[in-house]
Design a protein around this ligand. Sequence first.
Ligand code: FAD
Length: 644
Amino acid sequence: MSPVTNGINGHDFSVESLADKILSRVESKDPFFSLEFFPPRTEQGAANLIGRFDRMRAGGPLFVDITWHPAGDPGSDKITSSTKIAGTVLNYCGLDTMLHMTCVKQTKETIKKNLEKTKNLGIRNILALRGDADESWGYQEGGFNYGVDLVRFIKQEYGDDFSICVAGYPNGHPDSTSYQDDLLHLKEKIDAGGQFIITQLFFTAEEFLTFVKDCREIGINCPIIPGIFPIQTNRSLVQLTKLSKLSIPEEIQKVIEPIKDNDAAIRKYGIDLATDMCRTLLNSGKVHGLHMYTLNLETATIQILKNLGLWCQDVAKPLPWKTSANPERRENETVRPIFWCDRPKSYIHRTQGWDEFPNGRWGDSASPAFGELKDYHLFFLRSRTAKDKLRSLWGKELTSEADVWKVFKHFITGAVNENGVKVTETPWNDDGLSPETNVLSSTLSRYNELGVLTINSQPNVNAVPSTHPIYGWGDKGGYISQKAYLEFFINKHYAEALKTVLPKYHPRVNYHMINKCGTTDHTNADRSNPNAVTWGIFAGKEIIQPTVVDPVSFIVWKDEAFGLWHERWASLYEKGSKSQEIINNIADNYYLVNLVDNDYPADSILWEVLDEMLAASQKVDLGKKSNGVCAENGTQKIEELQIH
Ligand code: FAD
């Protein structure tokens, strides 16, 4: 049975503004947290930070925010700029993102340009700040002198396009004439359009609760989120308090002094202290959200949130694939080809220029062309700058194709390789093994060992609840089904054997089989229609079919999938080396295959297909040794096979 193809109009893809989301969480007393990061100095730091966002997304932050470094060209296109990092988190890591922005000492034109760029990237949340005003700063009549001027400008130019946050100071801003005066200026920012407040760090719950009470007394009624600074090292504590012109309370100094050179002890103390303070805040009934100053580190923040029960173990997914948080995409993108499900950043990158996404049905050739992968540098950096690490994962020196097969097997099983490291990634997987592939790992490992190099798979599922921990997505109360899917590279010998086996499984099994040049391109699927391989049924809504095997996009994916052998793997080795030759040879001679078992309620038949392929490969007469020849003899050439 094939599911009915419908759009997914019934699904709720409305994009609530961040200010509204915060308000509704506060009103429903549903605690949340947010995470603050600063832009790193180096390109490698930026690439590492992206990995951190991916990991921290798992805990379910309501949003993340990126600080604005006036000295670091924050509005530029540099990989390390505040704007670029914020755009990356939003678009590629799927996290609602707020960008800090300062205004002092800047012209209207620059600020407008920065806001325009921010909006174009899809960012809809700004923390509007004055920034630090040094001696060179003089009051500018009609210019940007205070945070309130930026708030007014954003409102005037963009209306409600941005959610606007402003900064509050529980101990008064150090430049203010008085605590009371500072509160009145804070109220000015709210009256001008600020919708919620994040505070400067503080050391006791009482300081914050008094500040909230004082705000309420003068009519500041918006959400006020405490900025939580976990003490992680003595150095960062001293630096940050100096920067914020705060003094460290004596009781904290007394504990820190004897352990100041012991980072582990300080971190433990900081975690305990912050956990206790946050608990008091949450128990006060006045606080429903925490804003964590992460200092770009994850251990302490995650531990504190875990201690408080705020770190989600199980974040609900709106769709089976990793969604982008860009409002345009979230509203309009409802279906993706399965090929990129383990490389979502690449897919987002290659479709970033699309102003329309295929809706419900994919490849009605209205779909625009895929962009090039050329400037995908942010995510490739890791491989360029950490070649040693990748070589220790994928083989320091390869002697035969069997070494490559072993890498796939190690990845699937999570085993430690001969270099003593776990193979946690391959060129075809951005984020390690997905939980769905994990379910199949022991079976997959058996085939990988024999040279069926799997890069994507999903088991068949027949109407499991949409809350299922592995297969679930979408609203509660729905049911999810999917067809068994398998995608792999095989050598020509296996490809020839598979070709003899597949007719027997028609039409139950759909397949695509293609080589790098596309000169052998076989399929029994309808080339103009995608095959839905995942769908959900939700009460009162049309069937949602978010993942498809699409013949049109498969051809694009084919180039990327083969290209990764060369670009990510072969490039790790010396030019002309044996290792490089082995990888290039695989890319040039192997086939990329995908199989779909359309009978999803029955046990998957795909393993049987592979077993038959292996058996048939023993019989295929190539005038060479059969199964295992490549594994033993590495790059031994097998004559051209005509499998048209
Ligand atoms: P403002 O609201 O402009 O107030 C500054 C001072 O002027 C206060 O003393 C206030 O009382 C006074 N004042 C305000 N309005 C008036 C008025 N109309 N007339 C007279 N006096 C007035 N800095 C960065 O460079 N990059 C960042 O990313 C960054 N992120 C931050 C995040 C948070 C949560 C916080 C709390 C601070 C952050 N800062 C950042 C620091 C911030 O830029 C400085 O603290 C700055 O000195 C104040 O900016 P503001 O917008 O909060 O202050």
